[in-house]
Design a protein around this ligand. Structure first.
Ligand code: FES
Ligand code: FE2
Length: 414
């Protein structure tokens, strides 16, 4: 049982504009609270429709660590999705991909049709009502070839995200992809440290030398001043070409976003058309004209996603313990691109393998420092860590929302 009174005291003790108190990164009770307050109630990116190509295709994943949160998704043209929690709750299908004509639980072989209804359950008594047992639906949404799920009974509003993202994603042609690479990293850091690191590029100029050979480094104020005309010129060029950036020319050059997401299309360094070691495409078959910059979108709960003219790379951070997070990063290429002909695994992945390893190392040194007795919350840079400030404010607002709701429910039940 989570001591919500204690969690509220911790949330109230937090200083705005400062990193969070130690317990938010180390304490098993706060970790359990996060699973309930954030992970059971947020939208999650789970993959691309291209990974579910046939009736009966599935993509099974885990959100958080509780077995009941295991989900399987069965698609018939991406229409049907189910969670699995019936009989004694065993996991019906391993995480990963595949195709099935029906689902058979490996424990006692209860068998389900692809619409979630129970087909068979051996040795059950006469009074057993088969029709009362079925796999439970979850909320699923698709946007321009990308898939999102939410385990909450009442998910946060999705409409604005879909409406804003659809035109921004359209040039990326995310329906024309295939999975080309997948790596899993076990990071010894709290999920918030992993996501906080993803939400600032203060560390990029020194921490990601390879990434900043094609991405703007923003190392100094002079970099930021020289970026503005480049970004303005880019926004004007995109508007003329009918490519949505999220902003009208002349508007502030910031990501657009709602409560739980951000999105931005912006230019790479001059002369670069992709995020690669040399700024050139790493895949011969492109999704689009090469001059449409870098489209990046993120979900506060767990994900940073990037679409370039030649590949899509997705980064998903799932918490497994107070100080452990499983990061899965995947790369997708054009569905007609052939390995060895249009790209090589090394050419495609070198930059992101380095960058994700660098971020893992940074999150882990952050965790080790936070674990020390001498840790005290420190002040953020208003300018260089503005995205991070927004991120931590979001976390605290979500925590408060959950605490208020729990208090209201308790009062109503009294
Ligand atoms: S737990 Fe699945 S059939 Fe028994
Ligand atoms: Fe980084």
């Amino acid at each position: 049982m989570i001591d919500l009174k204690r969690v509220r005291q911790l949330v109230e003790a937090r200083l705005p504009g400062y990193s969070l108190p130690q317990e938010f990164y180390t304490d098993p009770e706060v970790f359990e609270f996060d699973l309930e307050a954030i992970h059971a109630r947020s939208w999650f990116f789970v993959g691309l429709e291209a990974e579910l190509p046939f009736p009966g295709s599935y993509l099974a994943t885990t959100i958080g660590v509780l077995p009941s949160w295991w989900i399987a998704m069965i698609a018939e043209n991406c229409e049907r999705f189910t969670t699995a929690r019936r009989h004694r709750g065993a996991q019906i299908c391993d995480t990963g991909y595949g195709r099935k004509s029906r689902l058979v639980c490996p424990y006692h072989q209860w068998t389900y049709r692809l619409d979630g209804s129970l087909q068979g359950a051996g040795r059950m008594q006469e009074s057993f009502d088969r029709r009362s047992i079925h796999l439970l639906p979850i909320h699923v949404e698709a946007v321009a070839g990308t898939i999102y799920v939410c385990l909450a009974e009442e998910p946060p509003p999705f409409g604005e995200f879909k409406e804003k993202l659809e035109p921004m994603m359209a040039p990326g042609r995310l329906t024309d992809v295939k999975l080309a690479h997948e790596t899993t990293l076990v990071e010894r850091a709290n999920w918030k440290l992993v996501m906080e690191n993803a939400n600032e590029c203060y560390h990029c100029a020194v921490g990601h030398a390879s990434l900043t050979s094609s991405a703007y480094p923003f190392a100094t104020r002079r970099d930021i001043d020289s970026w503005r005309p480049i970004a303005n010129e880019f926004a004007g060029r995109m508007a003329a070409a009918g490519v949505a950036t999220g902003q009208a020319p002349g508007e502030p050059l910031d990501a657009i976003g709602g409560e739980w997401w951000r999105a931005h299309r912006f230019p790479l360094k001059q002369g670069c058309v992709s995020l690669t070691m040399d700024g050139k495409p790493s895949v011969g078959k492109l999704f689009s004209e090469p001059e449409i910059g870098w489209f990046r979108w993120s979900l506060n709960s767990h994900a940073y996603l990037h679409a370039l003219c030649d590949y899509v790379v997705t980064f998903s951070a799932m918490p497994t313990a107070a100080q452990e997070t499983i990061v899965t990063w995947k790369m997708y290429v054009h569905k007609d691109a052939q390995e060895g002909v249009d790209y090589t695994d090394e050419g495609l992945t070198t930059l992101w393998a380095k960058t994700n390893q660098e971020d893992k190392d940074l999150s882990e040194i952050n965790q080790r420092g936070v674990n020390g007795k001498g840790y005290r919350p420190g002040p953020y840079s208003q300018e260089a860590e503005s995205m991070l400030i927004r991120y931590v404010d979001w976390y605290c607002a979500e925590a408060r929302k959950y605490l208020d709701l729990a208090a209201a429910n308790k009062a109503a039940a009294a």
